[in-house]
Design a protein around this ligand. Structure first.
Ligand SMILES: [Zn+2]
Length: 87
């Protein structure tokens, strides 16, 4: 079952449970929570920032050319504890 993160709409007037993000296990078919199970105040589903961060720009930032330009060295693990310098 997937886990969803919720947080109080108004964290300043929330109980300790929903002031911070809390996780709720729900099936996909279940309605999203609208109220905190502890205090009954309105909560909203928190959008995971992890999904947003995985963008194309991260990939190109880690390209060989860009690493070289920035003065980084990329090491490739050849196995057996040996590393090969590729940039
Ligand atoms: Zn609460």
């Amino acid at each position: 079952m997937p886990t969803y993160e919720y947080q109080a709409c108004d964290p300043q007037n929330a109980c300790p449970h929903c002031r911070e993000r809390f996780e709720v296990r729900q099936s996909m078919s279940e309605e999203p929570l609208t109220a905190c199970p502890e205090c009954g105040r309105p909560v909203q589903r928190a959008i995971s920032l992890c999904t947003v961060a995985t963008t194309q720009s991260t990939k190109s930032m880690l390209s060989d050319r860009n690493l070289k330009e920035k003065g980084f060295t990329k090491l490739v693990n050849e196995g057996g504890g040996k590393f090969r310098k590729t940039v």
